[in-house]
Design a protein around this ligand. Structure first.
Ligand code: PLP
Ligand code: ZN
Length: 416
């Protein structure tokens, strides 16, 4: 498994064994000397690199900061995050027809999505850089997480949201945690362009997943997932299935795997297949995989009920596509109807997720039915956000409330 190689040759720019490297041209940069998001030479994506990569044995403690040996700092602005459950879902496993199915529920983080793992690291870096104002564009969860971690850090936060396209729970969070909420008349991709322009003018520190430090925090999902699966099952999963929007998490998964291989904790044979799922109305990454293209083409019009993955131009595609290919994985698109069915399937096992999260299970089911996934596979699906994030979607997918009289006999009659 190569493609994006991790060199441990320390460049001059390194600070205490940490530096930034451009994945396109290889340029290296000092990590905390100046605010930088993309390569000054070629505008390529940056990746955080280290002089060494730790083995599983070097991790201790709890949550995201258990993995401090693989992060740029020992501790961060923490609420705390991580330590999310790796559910067994026996009926769903049986129904889908794989050897093992576990669900890593990232909705159980402090603000209800995996974005918290990126923010605990990202806001720590913001402090290191001495910036005053934090900002992000968001389909909702990034803004909820940024608002909470910014509040905790005592920093001003600015969130740019596509007007009318963000689920109620997420806006409520950003609002109560005191972010300034700017509703843009456009889609997520437009919001990102505006906030990037603000960041380039030095008006705010950008904490979208274009920021390479966010992905460092999100790597810990997969360290935790692999450790947990191995502890329970005595082996590593064959496949990890996850929803993809900007494909930051897909990129973080690939980086976690490369680091563990580099450290010697995983062999090439242990490496799970990275399997990304998008909604049919918003599937530029799937299109790039299916057509064997090196880059994604922007979709100007994106539609799906799974608002967290309603993204037409996945910024992390150059990091994610090589990972999907290098691990023998794939990408698949599912309908909104299949997403809602999967949301119900998970809910029936007691696991409450928002629509985007359920895309992972819908994708697995589709790939199992088409024979891409074998019956003897050990699979982990990632569910990225909590049911309460999008109460309207949950209510629409669930049972209808039944009006009854205020009387026990009448209620019994009604029950039949
Ligand atoms: C952000 C988010 C995603 C998409 O993650 P990417 O890293 O952008 O691919 C999926 N699901 C939920 C619930 C999210 O909040
Ligand atoms: Zn470059």
């Amino acid at each position: 498994m190569a493609q994006l190689e991790l060199s441990t040759r320390v460049p001059e720019a390194a600070d205490d064994g940490v530096w930034l490297a451009c994945i396109e041209c290889g340029a290296t940069l000092a990590p905390f000397a100046a605010v930088v998001y993309t390569c000054p030479e070629c505008d390529g994506l940056l990746e955080v690199r280290y002089d060494r990569y730790p083995t599983f044995e070097e991790f201790s403690g709890r949550g995201v900061w258990r993995y401090a040996a693989a992060l740029p700092f020992e501790a961060g602005v923490s609420l705390p995050e991580g330590d999310t459950p790796l559910h067994e879902v026996p009926r769903l496993r049986e129904d889908v027809g794989v050897r093992t199915l576990r669900v890593k529920h990232e909705g159980m983080n402090p603000t209800g999505s995996f974005k918290d793992r990126g923010m605990t690291v990202g806001v720590r870096v913001a402090r290191e850089l001495g910036v005053e104002r934090l900002a992000c564009a968001s389909t909702g969860n990034t803004s909820a997480a940024l608002a909470a971690y910014g509040a905790r850090a005592g920093m001003e936060t600015l969130v740019l949201l596509p007007a009318g396209k963000v689920a109620a729970g997420k806006i409520a969070q950003a609002s109560l945690h005191g972010a300034r909420i700017l509703e843009v008349d456009g889609n997520f991709d437009d919001c990102l362009e505006v906030v990037q322009a603000l960041a380039e003018r030095g008006e705010a520190y950008l904490l979208n997943s274009l920021n390479p430090f966010r992905l460092e925090g999100q790597k810990t999902i997969f360290f935790e997932l692999l450790e947990g699966f191995h502890a329970d099952e005595g082996r590593y999963p064959d496949r990890i299935v996850l929803p993809a929007g900007n494909a930051g998490n897909t990129a973080a998964l690939y980086k976690a795997l490369r680091e563990l291989v580099r450290a010697g904790s995983l062999t090439d044979d242990d490496v799970p297949k990275i399997t990304a799922v998008q909604a049919e109305g918003s599937a530029p990454l799937v299109e790039a995989i299916e057509e064997g293209r090196e880059a994604v083409e922007r979709w100007d019009d994106v539609q799906t009920r799974a608002t967290a993955i309603r993204i037409g131009y996945p910024v992390n595609a150059p990091k994610a596509l090589p990972g999907i290919r290098a691990t023998g994985g794939t990408a698949v698109a599912v309908t909104d109807g299949a997403i809602t069915d999967a949301q119900r399937d998970l809910a029936r096992e007691g696991v409450g997720v928002e629509p985007a999260s359920a895309a992972s299970v819908a994708g697995l089911r589709k790939l199992r039915e088409s024979g891409v996934v074998d019956a003897d596979e050990d699979v982990v699906c990632l569910t990225t956000g909590h049911l309460l994030k999008d109460p309207d979607a949950a209510a629409a997918a669930g049972t209808e409330p039944e009006p009854v009289p205020n009387d026990a006999d009448a209620v019994l009659d009604h029950l039949g």
